[in-house]
Design a protein around this ligand. Structure first.
Ligand code: SME
Length: 153
């Protein structure tokens, strides 16, 4: 099965149930990160940043500790996704001058904003050690997770 035809219906159902069951935002964010990490092997690092005054502040994450715990909106792929209010997928992070390195092994990255209307609340950031790891079904999964989490803000 190729990446593009992989679907994550079961993963999304699990996230939906977990997010629905958690009353606290922090717990819902953490459970989502845990499920994504446990269920999708090529997601090497998963974290959620929360927008706090013009900075993205790292919340729950799994993977190696990142040096980027606070990212201004004008920096990195994270800042680009938040300021452009759209999902950013980078197949080869080494070829993108916006990229802020978190781990030397990272090859590709997806960042999807968590939004309420036009307002950015935070974002889901996922790195992979595989080049071009994020296809259309990954984008759909991450964006659907972001929509579920937006209800917790
Ligand atoms: N790569 C991100 C920084 C965060 S780390 O990947 C955890 C960026 O370019 O904004």
């Amino acid at each position: 099965m190729t990446m593009a035809t992989t679907t994550y219906d079961g993963v999304l159902a699990e996230i939906k149930a977990a997010v629905g069951a958690e009353h606290e935002r922090e717990a819902a964010l953490r459970r989502s990160v845990e499920i994504l990490k446990a269920r999708v092997p090529h997601y090497t690092w998963i974290g959620i940043y929360l927008l706090d005054d013009h900075e993205l502040v790292l919340g729950p994450f799994l993977g190696k500790p990142s040096p980027h715990t606070r990212i201004p909106l004008h920096r990195g792929l994270c800042g680009a996704a938040a300021s452009e209010r759209r999902t950013i997928v980078v197949d080869n992070v080494d070829a993108d001058p916006r990229y802020l390195a978190c781990s030397l092994e990272t090859r590709s990255e997806i960042v999807a904003p968590i939004m309420r209307g036009d307002e950015v609340l935070g974002e889901i950031d996922i790195d992979s050690d595989r080049p071009a790891a994020f296809g259309p079904s990954d984008r759909a999964l991450v964006e659907a997770t972001a929509t579920l989490l937006a209800a917790k803000f």
